[in-house]
Ligand binder design. Structure first.
Ligand SMILES: *Cc1c(COP(=O)(O)O)cnc(C)c1O
Length: 374
C-alpha cells in the first residue's frame, strides 16, 4: 500500500517537497473539494458527478494524504464511499432528521451540550480535516456560525464554572485539532483553571485523516494538561498506516491514553472480518476500541445504516472470539437526544431454581450458582 501511496503522490502532486507533504497546514490548504479536484486524482462515477452537480448536502473536503490512501487502498470503494457525495444523500428515510441527537434542544449554552450529569460536550471547531458523508452534525460542520468566537467561549466557561458536578469536558466539533496549537493551549488553560474539571477529553479524526497534525508541539500542548484522554475516530483497517502508527506513538509517549470510536457503515466496514482487522490494528497501536456506533439517523445517511440485527451479530463474532481488549461496546443514540445506549447480545439468559443461566461466546448455556446470602 505504501508503494501505491507514494506513486499517487508522484503522479498527482509532483514536485511537492517532503516538507510540504508532511506539513498539516499544507495538507489543509490543498484539500480536494471541487469536482475537478476529484476528477483529476480519483476520477468520478456518474453518480458522484451528479451529486456534485446538485450541490452536495454536506461539506466536501479531503486531505491529499487521505485521498492517496483512498487511491492506494485495496478496498478503494469502501473508503471513497465515506468521503465522496452520492445521490443517495437525497433519499431521506422515515425517521431521518437533520439533528438526529436533538442537540439543538440540549444546548445549555450555544456550543455546549449537557446531556449527562457529570460531563459536557463542547463544539470548539466547526471545521474538520476531512469531511465524512455520514456526519451526524452535518447541520453545522463547515457552515457559517459554527465557529467558536471569544464571547461564545466565555459563556461556555462560565457555564462549566457554575456546574460543579461537571467532571469531564469533551472537546468536539467539527474537529478540535483543526485549531492551532496556540489556540488549543489557551482553551485547555482556561479549562484547567476550573477546579472541578477532572478530565479533559479530545474527540478527533485528525490522527487518522491527517496524522501530520500530531506534531511535537501539539503533543506537548496536550501533554501539559493531564489527565487528558484522546478518542480518535476511524472506520477501516486500511486507515491504520505507518503515519497513523507514528502519530499514536507520539501521543502515547506523552502519556495520553488513546481510545477509538468507530461507526458501523454499510458497504464500508459491516463485516466481522473487517471490524476484527480494525480492532486488532488499533490495539497494536495501543488504542483501545471504545465504542462502535450504529450510524445515527441523520437525513440522507440511510445507505450507510446496517440493520441492528446485523450489528449485534458482528459484535457476537468478536466477544470471546478475540481478546477482550479488542472488543468495543456497540452503541445506539436513539433520536431526540437523551444519551447513548449500549447494545449487548444477551449473555444473561435467566434463572432456573438457584442457578443463573448465562450464555458463553460459543452459544452454550452455562450455569452459575450464587453462593451468597440474600
Ligand atoms: C457521547 C456523548 C458524551 C460522552 O459519553 P460517554 O459515554 O462518556 O463517552 C457526552 N455528551 C454527549 C452530548 C454525547 O453525545
Amino acid at each position: 500500500m505504501q508503494v501505491a501511496v507514494d506513486n499517487f503522490r508522484r503522479s498527482y502532486f509532483p514536485g511537492v517537497p517532503d516538507g510540504d507533504w508532511r506539513d498539516w497546514r499544507w495538507q489543509l490548504r490543498n484539500r480536494l473539494a471541487a469536482p475537478e479536484d476529484f476528477e483529476r486524482v480519483l476520477g468520478l462515477t456518474d453518480d458522484e458527478r451528479e451529486a456534485f452537480r446538485r450541490g452536495p448536502r454536506l461539506p466536501v473536503g479531503v486531505t491529499p494524504y487521505y485521498a492517496a490512501l483512498v487511491a492506494g487502498s485495496g478496498s478503494r470503494a469502501a473508503l471513497r464511499r465515506t468521503i465522496l457525495p452520492s445521490t443517495a444523500e437525497w433519499v431521506i428515510r422515515t425517521g431521518e432528521v437533520e439533528d438526529p441527537l436533538g442537540e439543538r434542544e440540549h444546548e445549555a449554552v450555544p456550543g455546549l451540550i449537557h446531556t449527562y450529569p457529570d460531563r459536557v460536550l463542547v463544539f470548539v471547531s466547526g471545521q474538520c480535516g476531512t469531511y465524512c458523508r455520514y456526519c451526524t452534525r452535518g447541520r453545522m460542520v463547515g457552515r457559517p456560525g459554527s465557529e467558536l468566537g471569544s464571547e461564545r467561549w466565555a459563556a461556555i466557561l462560565e457555564y462549566i464554572r457554575e456546574q460543579s458536578g461537571v467532571r469531564e469536558v469533551i472537546l468536539s466539533g467539527g474537529d478540535p485539532l483543526v485549531l492551532s496549537s496556540g489556540r488549543l493551549e489557551r482553551l485547555l488553560n482556561d479549562l484547567r483553571a476550573i477546579g472541578h474539571v477532572e478530565v479533559i477529553r479530545v474527540s478527533t479524526r485528525m490522527p487518522v485523516v491527517l496524522p501530520q497534525r500530531v506534531t511535537d508541539e501539539l503533543v506537548e500542548v496536550l501533554g501539559r494538561h493531564q489527565p487528558l484522554w484522546l478518542s480518535l475516530h476511524c472506520v477501516h483497517p486500511d486507515e491504520l498506516t505507518v503515519e497513523v502508527g507514528q502519530a499514536c506513538e507520539r501521543l502515547v509517549r506523552a502519556g495520553i491514553p488513546l481510545l477509538a470510536q468507530m461507526v458501523l457503515l454499510a458497504g464500508v466496514n459491516d463485516g466481522a472480518d473487517i471490524i476484527k482487522r480494525l480492532v486488532h490494528g488499533l490495539v497494536k497501536m495501543r488504542v483501545h476500541p471504545y465504542y462502535l456506533h450504529q450510524c445515527d439517523q441523520m437525513a440522507g445517511t440511510g445507505h450507510f445504516r446496517t440493520p441492528l440485527q446485523r450489528s449485534v451479530e458482528i459484535m457476537g463474532s468478536l466477544y470471546g472470539h478475540t481478546s477482550g481488549y479488542c472488543v468495543p461496546l456497540l452503541m445506539i443514540d436513539p433520536p431526540g437526544g437523551g444519551g447513548k445506549v449500549p447494545l449487548a447480545a444477551d449473555y444473561l439468559e435467566g434463572r432456573e431454581g438457584e442457578d443463573w443461566l448465562v450464555r458463553d461466546y460459543l452459544g452454550r448455556t452455562r450455569r452459575y450458582r450464587e453462593n451468597v446470602e440474600g
